[in-house]
Design a protein around this ligand. Sequence first.
Ligand code: C2E
Ligand code: MG
Ligand code: MG
Ligand code: MG
Length: 283
Amino acid sequence: RAKQQGASYIEFYTDEMTDKAFERLELESYLRRAIEKDELTLYYQPQVNLDEQKIYACEALIRWNHPKLGLVSPAEFIPLAEETGLIEEIGIWVLNEACIQTRKWQELGYNDLSISVNVSGRQFQSANFVETVRRALTTSGLSAESLHLEVTESTTLVNTDYSISMLNELRGMGIKVSIDDFGTGYSSLSYLKDFPLDILKIDQSFIRNLQENNADAAIVKAVITMCEGLNLSIVAEGIETKEQGEIIRSFGCNFAQGFFYSKPLNRDRFEKLLLSKQFPLAT
Ligand code: C2E
Ligand code: MG
Ligand code: MG
Ligand code: MG
């Protein structure tokens, strides 16, 4: 009886595995065609200067609109794109699209707008990454100073010497380098000392319970103070309430991003928000 149960369990288990493997294969083949079929799109989430009460930048966040599957989250397909190598093609598309769109908004009168683009590990480590970035800037006419590249610790902690020289090369062009999701990776302090960076984005997991949790508040406060000493700008991610915005501001952080200010918006809605200049800000 026990044996029987075991057998049926295995059967069930392998069926499930096959389904998963099949699903993954299907997703992969869909993803291969997503670019040609124009199914990828960028959303834009404002990054806010709290002192000046304005949008100074936005983060480009990819979305995949599949006719059958619906809207697929990047959390679901970026890892797959990494594994299969499709990330290189997708990354090129994202960089070009983001730079072209931002240049258009600058020409519409929003001259100071910068764009922040996420770069994944395999993309960053690929041999032609700098060339891809250079080409996106040339084609779009966007100045390097308007481009921020978001990397994570795990992206740059492989081939560290090479990674550091890459970051130096990008910064030499005038591009700003952000460390994304700070606090969730290794977060060793020597990382901040050894890696050439411009901006630190403190992860939303530290913001979520900022009001109730003394430990989170202490960490956020300390990171902000440390960034001042290291000459790093700091952006608080995941601000969802007025209170959270007020707290990080009282700690000396002037740059913020989160649903409280705005969710990521499609191109048209972001443009409306930019041009309305009626940005609802916390004060
Ligand atoms: P991320 O770079 O840390 O982006 C921030 C994520 O937090 C976004 O999720 C955004 O929608 C979400 N978010 C923003 N404000 C809030 C808030 O107040 N509360 C909460 N709960 N969430 C907030 P999204 O768009 O689903 O992207 C997830 C991740 O996928 C990104 O995390 C990034 O790692 C990756 N990703 C997105 N677009 C790209 C891309 O073009 N290239 C690469 N390589 N990765 C991307
Ligand atoms: Mg990011
Ligand atoms: Mg982040
Ligand atoms: Mg993240």
